[in-house]
Design a protein. Structure first.
Length: 348
């Protein structure tokens, strides 16, 4: 199945503010259907298929792992994870590959979702500062009065940016988050001085550096870098679904877990060049394959070796969100309900 780009003309039948698992068909997930070949059809929305932080999805497809498990994976692309989760809750998607932090944020809003495979053990994000601003912005405390790019408002890049601001003593509103997406739109926002910097991932980071447009300020492409910035292990990209879908379709969920655990093992056993060879050429067209491979070499350690949730990960993410998010701060969150290792432990 060829990935499809989400149409901008999707009718808004439910507002993001009013969404619940019972709205727009989200409360009663259908039993997963099979196509003429007997494959289980699963609609998966990804918060940016061409981002290296979500690389395991396209890699799994190109390695033939979905087909091998009898999964007809219908992949869709959405620039920001927050929009992907909205589509899943509205019943337009069965699963999301996005950041784990959304599961905590959603639970605090009364929604029930779970991460079933952890793909990243570090965010893979970097706070970039426009080159002509780099002399005056040395720490997040210098963000005051600045316009900072994020993939989308309410996205994980937005969460992390707000945390860095709060940690540095800034108040809400001291800096302005602007949704600029990733890739060419992020680069254009920097080039046109629409933003002073922002949070992004590879290959956008390399695109900015190659053109001399921005410099790294805070690098969270490794587990060590994430711990330094965020105070602990910060599990990021994961496969997550509504608990209602998981309960109704355990066979499909197990097959998906099998796919991604096998993909993560393949990543561990292959070089950055071998991994890049499996990716579509347009994924690295903006930076060139050599730069793409180098970026992947530098951050390959962010991928989980086994798909399990790091033991200290959920608490670190809760601490980060509690620092600035009023829907999480002071509210009771049952972390054990935001993820499960059950399917990964059974993966073949």
């Amino acid at each position: 199945m060829i990935p499809v780009k989400k149409s901008l003309a999707v009718a808004v039948t439910c507002s993001a503010l009013a969404l619940s698992l019972t709205a727009c068909g989200g409360g009663s997930p259908k039993t997963a259907t099979k196509n003429a070949s007997g494959e289980i059809t699963v609609r998966i929305m990804v918060g940016g298929l061409d981002k290296q932080i979500y690389l395991p999805v396209m890699l799994a497809k190109n390695l033939g792992y979905f087909k091998a498990q009898g999964i007809n994976a219908v992949l869709s692309d959405e620039p920001a994870g927050v929009d992907a989760e909205t589509d899943m809750l509205a019943g337009q998607q069965d699963a999301v590959v996005g950041f784990y932090d959304h599961n905590i944020d959603l639970q605090s809003k009364g929604k029930s979702t779970q991460s079933v495979v952890q793909l990243l053990q570090a965010p893979g994000e970097v706070e970039m500062i426009r080159t002509d601003e780099s002399d005056s912005v040395k720490t997040p405390a210098d963000f005051k009065g600045k316009k900072l790019g994020v993939t989308g408002l309410g996205s994980s890049t937005n969460f992390l940016t707000q945390y860095l601001e709060a940690k540095s003593g800034l108040k809400s509103g001291d800096a302005t988050s602007i949704a600029v997406g990733a890739g060419s739109t992020f680069v254009a926002a920097v080039k046109n001085k629409q933003i002073d910097g922002g949070m992004t991932t590879e290959p956008t980071i390399s695109m900015l550096q190659k053109q001399g447009l921005a410099k790294p300020l805070i690098d969270m492409r490794t587990a060590a870098g994430a711990k330094a910035a965020l105070g602990g292990t910060y599990p990021a990209s994961c496969l997550y679904l509504t608990q209602a879908y998981i309960q109704k379709n355990p066979e499909a969920v197990q097959k998906l877990a099998n796919v991604f655990v096998e993909t993560l093992k393949w990543i561990q056993g292959h070089s950055a060049t071998e991994i890049a060879d499996k990716m579509p050429a347009d994924y690295y067209a903006g930076v060139g394959k050599d730069t793409y491979v180098k970026a992947l070499e530098n951050e390959k350690g962010m991928y989980s070796p086994d798909g399990l949730m790091p033991s200290d990960g959920p608490q670190t993410v809760l601490n980060v969100l509690s620092a600035f998010d009023p829907t999480v701060k002071g509210h009771t969150v049952d972390l054990s309900r935001t993820f499960t290792n059950e399917y990964v432990q059974k993966a073949k």
